[in-house]
Design a binder for this molecule. Structure first.
Ligand SMILES: NC(=O)c1ccc[n+]([C@@H]2O[C@H](COP(=O)([O-])OP(=O)(O)OC[C@H]3O[C@@H](n4cnc5c(N)ncnc54)[C@H](O)[C@@H]3O)[C@@H](O)[C@H]2O)c1
Length: 342
């Protein structure tokens, strides 16, 4: 079938497209090739296995001019958590408005739609009565902490509203996704790219806070497999199927830094802790995998340590930004009053 992938030229989109192409599907990308994400837009277009249409998902007219498609995978979004706290209009327009138009386009012809949300809709991880951390379940209430999370929550609502009774739909909420091809020059996303930049320069790995914060890091290939599985097993219910995507394993930021340092071709590195807290950041996140198991979806097969190693080794020779751009992004947040003590 012909699958339209919005944001197809991006990190996750390229992995999804190559898995689809290897299964015999035709892929078309709708992507604005944002400079913040793409330092080499021509390279991204060349890597994509199919046509890349340069268009804005938040532009109604652009949707009318697209060729027909048999399924839609909606990935295009503005993804910087901290940046969303001061670029609200831009995040709302693309993430909410763009998602509504995407869902409407699919509903117009009744084709299936899979939309990527985020674990950010959950906000801070919950605790049991005895204080123990609890993994996030798909039925947990939305309590986003960042504006990015808020836009993702509203995007889900828009998708549900537009697709109900018109097209089969699925929503996937990935935790932190890592792997080859993730942005190496975007200081607004991805702690691991910041670690990579510092490892290459022989600088200490810098952690904001005391490093005890936890995240669930999942390999991009596992997410791509889950997306493809959804496409081939679309629910025929009137409400979208909502699924987490993660490993179900908590990794502290200190542990993540240790994995990165262990994978570094440059050898040993030290970790430094910086006493800051950025607005929009949470302490803990981890996915509950119960529903994935219940519906028979593929579970991740790669560990976080392996995913980190893949990323560090595979990106070592890549076009990595100098590490000071992450320092500059923190200064920018600070100048806007969005940084406090941890
Ligand atoms: N990477 C993660 O850790 C992660 C975690 C949870 C959810 N997600 C979600 O997954 C999706 C893909 O993320 P990614 O990591 O591949 O990001 P990415 O930035 O690498 O890719 C996003 C792509 O969307 C394009 N884009 C942005 N605005 C656009 C617009 N207005 N019109 C058309 N194209 C536009 C960009 O040019 C880029 O190619 C996003 O919806 C993101 O919120 C990602």
């Amino acid at each position: 079938m012909r699958v339209l992938i919005t944001g197809g030229a991006g990190f996750i989109g390229q992995h999804v497209a190559s898995q689809l192409a290897s299964r015999g599907h035709e892929t078309v990308a709708m992507d604005l090739l944002l400079p913040q994400v793409h330092s080499d837009p021509e390279g991204a277009v060349r890597r994509f296995p199919g046509e890349v249409i340069r268009a804005d998902v938040a532009d109604e007219q652009a949707w009318e001019e697209l060729p027909s498609f048999d399924a839609l995978i909606h990935l295009a979004a503005e993804t910087g958590t901290a940046q969303s706290m001061y670029e609200r209009g831009r995040y709302e327009r693309v993430n909410v408005g763009g998602s509504r138009l995407a869902a409407r386009a699919a509903a117009g012809t009744g084709v299936p739609v899979i939309s990527l949300s985020s674990r950010a809709v959950y906000g801070e991880g919950l605790r049991d009565e005895d204080g123990a951390l609890r993994a996030s379940h798909e039925d947990d209430p939305h309590r986003p902490v960042s504006f990015y999370g808020e836009t993702k929550s509203q995007a889900e609502a828009a998708l549900i509203e537009e697709s109900e009774g018109k097209s089969p739909a699925a929503i996937i909420r990935p935790q932190n996704v890592i792997g080859l091809g993730q942005a190496l020059r975007n200081p607004y996303t991805g702690v691991l790219a910041a670690f990579l930049a510092r490892l290459r320069e022989g600088r200490p790995l810098s952690i904001y806070g005391d490093g005890s914060q936890t995240r669930d890091f999942v390999h991009v290939a596992d997410l791509a497999e889950l997306i493809v599985w959804n496409l081939e097993h679309m629910p025929q219910t009137s409400q979208p199927r909502i699924l987490n995507c993660g490993t179900g394993v908590r990794t502290s930021l200190t542990k993540l830094a240790e994995y990165a340092a262990a994978a570094s071709p440059a050898g040993a590195s030290v970790i430094e802790y910086v006493d800051v807290h950025r607005a929009g950041d949470i302490e803990h996140a981890c996915a509950d995998l119960g529903r994935l198991r219940a519906v028979g979806a593929p579970l991740p097969s790669r560990t976080t340590a392996d995913a980190v190693t893949d990323f560090i080794v595979g990106s070592w020779q890549g076009d990595v930004a100098p590490s000071r751009v992450w320092d500059d992004a923190l200064d920018e947040l600070s100048s806007r009053g969005l940084v406090g003590e941890s």
